[in-house]
Design a protein around this ligand. Structure first.
Ligand code: HXC
Ligand code: NAP
Length: 309
């Protein structure tokens, strides 16, 4: 969607950038000229992804922290990937990601809080630890990383941008994913609150609320059998399909770019209209034209009778 060098000169950290949506967005940010640091807990996963993405853009030398010290001619590093392991629940590991990013690319301009943990379960079956695990990754991880990067931006007078990957149920709530809903809801309010507070520094914060976009991470934990056979996520989506990663990457790149410079504190839903199905009468797609003819006649007849009363 954006022109090829739309993010040239920008450096963006993507949490959970080794898999799923984080990987797809990282790929597009790179194509647009950004330097991207991907981080998550599993080092081998981010290293593999960094290698794959570098190969795709025709570069062989991976800048991963674990393999640093390679080709110093890459210090101009425009449009490169750096992989640094990090558990977003640990502030020291977050600070290490930032230090390695600044060392490699000179500065940080954007943060994509994309890491998450989630699984489907009746809430009464959850242990305290299970609830904590999700909230800690999604909410604590998001505010730790945002706080660390925000302090750096304020101190260095950099008008940075945060983009948080939310969910549509951050505002509606949802059964069976309650820790995730609680945490995503909290992160969304943080997005809006800090957008108000840090606007004076030129810092913008926005969110994206995706509907279903197939990834192994989400599908293994939210649509395992027999759930997958019981529910078709596309059946309640007005556009009758799941999202494509490129569609989400377009929106993310726009919100991380200067083209969205006057948008802050906003959450943009990208779900094929799924949340609209909460509308009282939005589920009537299966009513046939013949049935509508019949319904029309019945209503008109009732109108006539009420006029006589
Ligand atoms: C009940 C469960 C459980 C389950 C784990 N636990 N799975 N309880 N039902 N299905 C409990 C464990 O028993 C343990 O509690 C506690 O949770 C922590 O589990 P661990 O395995 O020790 O945690 P950890 O190794 O840190 O793994 C975290 C994880 C895992 C969240 C459980 O799934 C993970 O690594 N996920 C990361 C990727 C991810 O979730 N991607 C999906 C994002 S999709 P006890 O008390 O027994 O010790 C998304 C939105 C999708 O967010 C929206 C779609 C439309
Ligand atoms: P995914 O591939 O499982 O992505 C989750 C990522 O988070 C993984 O790369 C994982 O890597 C990382 N992560 C988990 N715990 C972490 C921790 N403690 N520290 C650092 N990183 C951690 O799933 P996805 O579908 O792409 O999800 C990406 C984002 O989109 C999430 O925020 C999710 O809530 C959101 N979302 C997805 C959908 C969908 O339909 N797919 C819909 C709405 C919202 P490690 O295991 O290596 O740490």
């Amino acid at each position: 969607m954006l022109r090829d060098d739309a993010l040239k000169g920008k450096t963006i950290i993507v949490t959970g950038g080794g898999t799923g949506l984080g990987k797809s967005i990282s790929r597009y940010l790179l194509q647009l000229g950004a330097n991207v640091t991907i981080c998550s807990r599993r080092q081998h996963v981010i290293d593999e992804t960094a290698k794959e993405l570098m190969a795709e853009i025709g570069r062989s030398n991976v800048l991963g922290a674990s393999v640093l010290g390679g080709d110093s001619s890459q210090n101009d590093a425009s449009g490169s990937v750096l992989a640094v392991p990090c558990d977003v629940r640990n502030p020291l590991e977050i600070e290490n990601v930032m230090a390695k990013t600044i060392e490699q690319f000179g500065r940080i301009d954007g943060l994509l809080n994309n890491s998450a943990g989630n699984f489907i379960s009746p809430t009464e079956r959850l242990s305290y630890k299970a609830f904590d695990t999700i909230v800690d990754i999604v909410l604590r991880g998001t505010y730790y990383f945002t706080l660390a990067v925000g302090k750096y931006w304020i101190e260095n007078k950099i008008p940075g941008t945060v983009l948080n990957i939310s969910t549509t149920y951050a505002t509606t709530g949802s059964g069976y994913v309650v820790p995730s809903a609680v945490a995503k809801g909290g992160a969304l309010i943080m997005t809006k609150s800090l957008a108000a507070e840090w606007g004076k520094y030129g810092i913008r914060l926005n969110a994206i609320a995706p509907g279903p976009f197939p990834t192994k991470g989400a599908w293994d934990r939210l649509f395992p059998e027999p759930l997958a056979s019981l529910m078709d996520p596309t059946s309640r989506i007005p556009l009758h399909r799941v999202g494509e990663h490129g569609e989400l990457a377009n929106l993310a790149a726009f919100l991380l770019s200067d083209y969205s410079g006057y948008i802050t504190g906003e959450s943009i839903t990208i779900d094929g209209g799924e949340v609209l199905m909460a509308g009282e009468f939005s589920h009537l797609e299966k009513v046939t034209n013949e049935q509508w003819d019949e319904i029309g006649k019945t209503i008109k007849q009732a109108n006539k009778e009420s006029k006589k009363e």
